[in-house]
Design a protein around this ligand. Structure first.
Ligand SMILES: Cc1cc2nc3c(=O)[nH]c(=O)nc-3n(C[C@H](O)[C@H](O)[C@H](O)COP(=O)(O)OP(=O)(O)OC[C@H]3O[C@@H](n4cnc5c(N)ncnc54)[C@H](O)[C@@H]3O)c2cc1C
Length: 445
């Protein structure tokens, strides 16, 4: 597996925009190791496990598998994560999802460049970021013009561009565009690589990004020219729709970074147990022991946070407190673990001495590949945190939450109907009606 990872990064993907005879084909070709890595990820269903087999512990099992894979190679996690994160959004589109589900849940990797309905397994990406802004999705200018039908499920034609469009060989992307005009409401679209008639959809790949960090995964710049897309979610609710996808990608940023932290710690430990300096193994030198202890703490703390977060994702649908925890802690955990990963991999690089500074040592790439910029860099993640904390915590305060008896926050509990109330009110059947509007309802971001 390590050799696959090394090969997939040494032999970067290549873009071919046109065929021999001049037709646009927009194909990206990869080293066979890339496909071997994706096949391995799929065989463990890391792109769908808790949705495909929703049983107790499924989120944890998926987290553990992802955590292991991320210690080997990170690029292949990008399309895996995006596919995973698209499922909660797509399954709200009942008719479309009936056809998508078996292909999203499939345990094989189907690399063929064919319309998604002709494939056994598919992958999904996301397209939000444009040249003029990524954190601020409201700056999007891509326009969608209605073609067939109206409302949810209608076919529209998209014209515009995306400046970061990772894994363009995905079978479809969820794309944000403005409905009707450049100042129209932002909406979200399912944009497949091929149209329903089997012809190639007009997603023109301009070039692949020359990125820092992992080179195995392709990130592209694309233009849409009357590109067919299906409206998903409510018209004008494009940001909440795509943010639901982005929230799940943030969980994977935490797992991926915790994995890099662990790899850094384990490799530092191994190196110091075999390298001598000044008459002793490095691992026995008092100052080095401090460094190793710090790395161990960082790694364990990140791993614990990752597991707690996965637990919250698993229980968010049934436990309002887990839902609140998920909302508030996800951006904070992403901010913190990604930041600490930079520090820890830098430390591990130093532990390896001069050998840590060559590309073969993995550290230069590890420092660059920690997924902090994806799904919002630090300040933007902080804004997301503030927004979630404000909306989730507000109902917990005495005045806003339980006006009936003015209970103190520690006694506030979610009641059976998902309203936050104090225990005394919950226990009293007369108080089991809807609380004062706007006063007690759990906030939403
Ligand atoms: C490897 C990689 C792959 C990617 N793949 C995709 C993809 O597949 N699809 C996709 O849509 N995008 C993708 N992106 C783009 C990514 O989502 C954006 O780069 C990210 O959202 C930041 O947007 P931006 O680059 O426009 O920076 P900006 O939005 O211009 O932000 C610049 C800086 O300002 C900060 N900032 C923003 N708002 C505020 C504020 N209110 N207050 C204070 N500071 C603020 C940001 O945190 C950041 O530090 C990818 C990026 C990378 C690096």
């Amino acid at each position: 597996m390590l050799a696959w990872g090394a090969d997939a990064n040494r032999h970067a993907p290549e873009l071919q925009t046109h065929s021999r005879t001049g037709e646009r084909i927009d194909q990206v070709t990869f080293h066979p190791s890339w496909h071997a890595l994706l096949a391995l990820l799929r065989s463990q269903q890391l792109q769908a496990l808790p949705f495909a087999e929703p049983r107790a512990g499924a989120w944890m099992a998926r987290t553990a598998g992802y955590f292991l894979q991320a210690q080997v190679e990170s690029g292949s996690l990008c399309p895996t994560t995006m596919t995973f994160a698209s499922i909660p959004v797509l399954r709200k589109e009942t008719a479309l999802f009936a056809d998508l589900a078996p292909r999203l849940y499939a345990k094989d990797h189907d690399a063929r460049d064919l319309p998604w309905r002709e494939k056994t397994a598919i992958m999904i990406g996301m397209g939000m970021t444009e040249k003029q802004g990524g954190s601020d999705v409201r700056a999007n200018t891509t326009v969608a013009r209605p073609a067939h039908g109206e409302g949810r499920g209608a076919e529209c034609l998209l014209t515009g561009h995306k400046w970061f469009f990772s894994a363009p060989m995905c079978d479809a992307h969820l794309v944000v565009a403005r409905m009707g005009a450049e100042d129209g409401p932002l909406s979200c679209f399912f944009v497949p690589r091929f149209r329903d008639d089997g012809s190639k959809n007009s997603i023109q790949i301009q070039r692949l990004k020359d990125k820092l960090g992992n080179r195995s995964n392709s990130s592209s710049e694309v233009e849409f020219r009357e590109t067919s897309g299906i409206l998903i979610g409510e018209e004008g609710r494009g940001i909440p729709t795509i943010i639901e996808m982005a929230t799940s990608t943030r969980l994977d940023c935490v797992i991926g970074s915790a994995a890099i932290l662990r790899a850094a710690y384990v490799q530092a430990l191994h190196h110091t147990r075999h390298r001598s300096a000044f008459g002793r193994l490095l691992a026995d030198q008092p100052l080095m022991r401090n460094v190793l202890a710090d790395l161990a703490l960082e790694s364990e703390a990140a791993t614990l946070l990752m597991m707690e977060l996965s637990h919250a994702f698993e229980h968010a649908d049934t436990d309002p407190l887990a839902a609140a925890w998920k909302r508030v802690v996800t951006p904070a955990a992403k901010f913190w673990v990604c930041k600490r990963t930079i520090e820890a991999t830098g430390e591990a690089m130093e532990v390896w001495g001069g050998n840590g500074y060559v590309e073969e040592a993995r550290w230069p790439a590890s420092i660059a590949k920690r997924p902090s910029i994806r799904s919002g860099k630090a300040p933007a993640t902080s804004c997301a945190w503030t927004c979630c904390a404000r909306s989730s915590a507000r109902p917990m305060t005495r005045r806003a939450c339980c006006r009936t008896c003015r209970a103190a926050p520690p006694r506030i509990r979610p009641c059976a109907r998902n309203w936050l109330r104090c225990r005394r009110c919950c226990a009293n059947p007369r108080n089991n009606s809807r609380p004062t509007p706007g006063a007690s309802r759990r906030g939403s971001c």
